[in-house]
Design a protein around this ligand. Structure first.
Ligand code: ATP
Length: 974
């Protein structure tokens, strides 16, 4: 019977998964794929019509009979031909393989394709390559082939047959080959060795593995499962949920496995075997696999049966594959190689996440493989039988190991390299990390937000995203960089390192990835992460060996690698409890594997343009590094000052010019002593923030020094632990509560909880119950108070607050005053920058006034507002203040009279080289209605006075059009 061309289906995710998996396999199984929509290609008329076959197989566990929907594609000539079973990917059906089957039939094979049970028009349910169901079905299909007159037999009932499949079909091919000695060869593409390891990956390796790895992608994982690869599991469900034309949804499911309710489960599970499905659902809910699920997944894997696989096996595994990584094929290859089964390994640069760039060469190598073990010409059949029995790797028809190198710039096809062996081919070198010391990594509560590296099945989409920013979320990662490599370097295999983890929990999970950094840009070519779940003793450091995702990298000279450790990854169900762990790299090295491969296709020669650019970058970098090193060395060797050991803060001769040439701070010197609240004042742009940033070591001065308690300040100086600061507004993680933010911040300092003084600090924050609300719901004032509280954590000896009153309302500002007074009264020191002069006057004991990058005056507030040459005359309502001022200006010795026409009480500020009594007498002599005399000016007046005279002496354009009073009004209105 001739089967009509199948219609294209449209089932959302399921369809996409089908097409995707079909395409991933297609490159190796025939013509570049168009999947199920491909017309039958038979231009030479050498093919018999496609025959639909219904094959009865074993019943379901509930006794329901199952028939598989199969098709046979055969050459039209009368002879006997070798046969092939062609198995489809998960979520697909036999229709996905029409093109490939036709192609192979045209080359002289009898090809049988079928829809696995639970898929397409076949009956039954999906058991996930269960040895008792799908694998038993494959043996029945081999019986079917053996009964065909056009299939060549090696013995009665024993056809000359190979099993070829990708992904779901690939594991089936390996397991069928292991369970049926009639299978003459196996080709397994992008598939698993152990399904439990694939869904719960764990890249903590047993001790000693870095030195002991014998194959490039070897991961001898410790027994504890890692986190759940949830996103891929969801895609499995999505593609299995479609109803079957012949199998109704599982209506009555046994509610024995702790999963969801039966009705809901049956809707979600679609055609999945309900037992397997419920185990998966329970894992998805808890994030943890049950022992039952692990043992089901392990049993539905090639791993436990490989010892009986003797047929030569070709393993093709993808590097762009976040589902089944290279380590899966590696484990299969090592087992087969160890027992003498002929095996070849090919690493392609495609996989479940994208297509292979070398599809044509991949395809050709598979044909070469099949031609050897399933020769179409019967004359060579006996030779092939002998070869099948041979265990010599040297007799393989393809290289024992072939791998795709990264695609060079401006090319689209990966170079392919070959090595004479897979196992034993790897050597490793170590690369030093510039700084491997411990740093905090926050695991956010609820596991959100999560880093995004992998987008399962969508490498091309992922390529358009800002990769590093999405992977390295603030606070949630640690990055360890190597120094730039001097010469070009090829990495082939799984890089390794030793991580030291200190956690407050008994288990901490991280996701590792190896980034390539060129000219400051970090890229992760295949977007793979390796999860590690480390068993820890709370508070104690634990060191473990870890393997990173395997692949191939080419590092040009001048590039470096970055080991990124994140606490979350969106493709996995991660830890939900918030924690701050500390992560370091033990030995400060990373071990990079390599293989002495020979280029057989493509161009790996140097890209001279890039090399030129890289060389130039290296020269510039070296020059910059040299100068930075020299400066750093100078600073690091700056001695502590014994004479300043009791002085909380001394700023001496600071100069800072920004890149645009603007000198923001010019020879600034001042000091703050114990018990003082020092106000740093100045108009906008005076250089206050720039000064404070230098004080905190956030930016480097061009010259000058800052000493805190005698120790010089530079970035990361240990003495900064004695300084608390709020500079340029608080920065918090919005999804964490106020208290969680404080705890995370404190944990990152590495000091004990008891030192934090949470009680006092929370009193300052005065946030009440809101301290337990996410910060994203806070008003600006609440954030500001939390920022001040954060700066006070641990009650540091020096507290620096840049514009602390920003966002606070008047009662809150007033409440802050006694807090700062008390803080300083306890022998500590407070420095505040502010433009609220009235506030500074009431809060600060001392002021430093800056203008245009310079200090224009310093002193106590009392001295500044209470100067002997100034007398303030307060006039009653109705007094003609201007007339009185004019008369006073005529008095000899009076230098300035300023008028503040307050409607209630006009003020005349008289500056004179006269005893105050004479000024008072002269004022009274005008006959005006005087209601008060004081020696105290407002700080605002002092401030504007000094700013005005500083501007004048700097030769700035005069401001004569505006009186001091006008300027005061302007300041007040800010
Ligand atoms: P404000 O009260 O407005 O915050 P400030 O006294 O804190 O002012 P700074 O922020 O230190 O002043 O700025 C001093 C001068 O340096 C300003 O002219 C500012 O424009 C300039 N400046 C500040 N940061 C930079 C930078 N990163 N690059 C270039 N110029 C800068």
């Amino acid at each position: 019977m001739t089967v009509p061309r199948p219609a294209v289906r449209a089932r959302g995710w399921a369809t996409r998964t089908v097409v995707f998996l079909a395409v991933a396999g297609t490159a190796l199984l025939g013509m570049p794929g168009t999947g199920s929509a491909a017309p039958r290609a038979d231009p030479t008329g050498t093919l018999a019509p496609e025959q639909a076959v219904r094959v009865p197989v074993g019943a379901e566990p509930d006794g329901a009979a199952v028939t598989l929907d199969a098709s046979v594609f055969a050459p039209s000539d009368k002879g006997q031909h070798p046969a092939l079973l062609l198995a489809h990917g998960f979520g697909g059906s036999k229709n996905d393989l029409v093109t490939q089957a036709n192609d192979l039939a045209g080359r002289g094979y009898v090809v049988l394709t079928w829809s696995a049970r639970g898929f397409g028009a076949s009956g039954g349910r999906i058991h996930l390559d269960d040895p008792d169901y799908e694998i038993a079905d494959a043996r029945t299909l081999i019986d079917t082939l053996a009964a065909r007159p056009d299939v060549r037999l090696d013995a009665p009932g024993d056809p000359r047959v190979g099993v070829v499949g990708a992904s779901y079909g690939g594991a089936l091919a390996l397991m069928a080959g292991a369970s049926d000695p009639r299978v003459d060869t196996v080709a397994a593409v992008i598939t698993w060795n152990d399904l439990a390891d694939a869904f719960f990956p764990q890249n903590v390796t047993s001790a000693g593995a870095p030195a002991g790895a014998s194959s490039p992608a070897q991961v001898d994982r410790v027994p504890q499962p890692g986190p759940f690869k949830q996103l891929w599991a969801s895609r499995f469900f999505g593609s299995a949920a479609a109803p079957s034309p012949t199998t109704p949804p599982a209506a009555a499911l046994p509610a024995t496995t702790g999963g969801s309710s039966t009705a809901a489960t049956s809707a979600v599970c679609g055609r999945f075997d309900p037992t397997v499905c419920q185990l998966f659902l329970a894992a998805a809910e808890s994030g943890q696999p049950s022992d039952a699920l692990l043992s089901v997944l392990r049993a539905h894997s090639p791993k436990p049966v490989l010892r009986t696989l003797k047929a030569p096996t070709y393993l093709v595994q993808g590097m762009a594959d976040s589902l089944f990584g290279l380590e899966q094929a590696d484990a299969t290859a090592r087992t087969l190689s160890g027992q003498g089964t002929p095996v070849a390994v090919r690493w392609i640069d495609g996989g479940h996440d994208g297509p292979s760039s070398t599809a044509a060469a991949d395809e050709e190598s598979l044909r070469t493989w099949l031609a050897r073990y399933l020769p179409v010409d019967p004359a060579t059949a006996s030779t092939a039988t002998t070869a099948t029995a041979s265990t010599a790797t040297a007799s393989l028809p393809v290289p024992a190991f072939a791998y795709a190198a990264p695609i060079p710039r401006r090319q689209s096809v990966a170079p392919i390299l070959e090595a004479p062996a897979y196992v034993g081919s790897v050597t490793s070198t170590t690369l030093a990390l510039t700084d491997a010391t411990a740093r905090p990594v926050l695991a956010p509560p609820g596991g959100q937000p999560a880093s995004v590296t992998t987008i399962p099945g969508a490498a091309s989409l992922a390529a358009s995203l800002p990769a590093y920013q999405l992977a390295a979320l603030p606070g949630q990662f640690a990055a360890f960089d190597s120094a730039p490599v001097a010469d070009r370097m090829s990495i082939v295999g799984a890089p390794r390192a030793r991580l030291t983890v200190t956690s407050s929990s008994t288990s901490a999970t991280f996701y590792l990835s190896l980034w390539q950094v060129t000219a400051g840009v970090a890229t992760l070519p295949r977007r793979l992460v390796a999860p590690v779940t480390v068993r820890t003793t709370p508070g104690a450091a634990t060191t473990v060996d870890v393997a990173l995702p395997a692949g191939t990298w080419t590092l040009e000279g001048g590039s470096s690698v970055r080991l990124l450790v994140t606490s979350t990854d969106s493709a996995f169900t991660g830890t939900r409890a918030a924690r701050v762990d500390r992560v370091a790299v033990a030995d400060a090295t990373i071990s990079l594997p390599s293989v002495a491969g020979r280029v057989v296709s493509g161009d790996t020669t140097r890209d001279t343009e890039s090399i030129g650019v890289a060389a130039a970058i290296v020269v510039v970098l070296l020059a910059l590094l040299g100068s930075a090193w020299w400066q750093r060395r100078r600073r690091q060797h700056e001695p502590a000052r014994a004479d300043l050991i009791d002085v909380p803060l001394v700023v001496d001769g600071l100069v800072k010019t920004y890149k645009d040439g603007h000198r923001a701070v010019n020879d600034v010197s001042w000091r703050a002593d114990r018990g003082q609240v020092v106000g740093l004042l100045g108009p906008n742009g005076a250089g206050k923030t720039t000064t404070l940033r230098m004080v905190m070591g956030l930016i480097r001065p061009d010259s000058g020094t800052v000493h805190v308690l005698g120790d010089p300040i530079r970035a990361g100086a240990p003495v900064l632990a004695r300084v608390g600061a709020l500079i340029e507004g608080p920065g918090f993680l919005p999804h964490l509560t106020g208290l969680q933010n404080l705890r995370a911040y404190w944990a990152a300092t590495g000091r004990t909880e008891a030192d934090a003084d949470y009680d006092q600090v929370l009193e300052v924050a005065a946030l009440g119950d809101s301290i337990n609300r996410p910060v994203r719901s806070y008003s600006q004032g609440m954030r500001q108070r939390l920022g001040i509280a954060q700066a006070m954590l641990g009650m540091p000896e020096v507290l620096i607050l840049d514009e602390p009153t920003n966002g606070l309302d008047p009662p809150q500002i007033a409440a802050m005053r006694p807090i700062l007074h008390r803080y300083a009264a306890s022998g500590r020191t407070v420095v505040v920058s502010s433009h609220l002069l009235g506030e500074v006057e009431m809060t600060c004991s001392h002021v430093v006034v800056m203008h245009a990058g310079k200090v224009v005056t310093t002193g106590t507030v009392a001295e500044l507002v209470d100067s002997s040459d100034t007398t303030v005359v307060l006039l009653g309502p109705g007094a003609d203040a201007e007339a009185v001022a004019e008369r006073l200006r005529q008095v000899a010795g009076v230098t300035e009279v300023d008028v503040d026409l307050d409607p209630v009480e006009a003020r005349l500020t008289v500056t004179a080289d006269l005893p105050r009594a004479e000024v008072v007498r002269a004022a009274a002599g005008t006959g005006a209605d005087i209601v008060g005399i004081t020696s105290r000016r407002h700080l605002e007046e002092v401030f504007l006075g000094v700013i005005a005279s500083a501007s004048a002496s700097d030769g700035e354009p005069g401001d004569g059009s505006r009186s001091l009073t006008d300027r005061l009004r302007q300041v007040r209105s800010r």
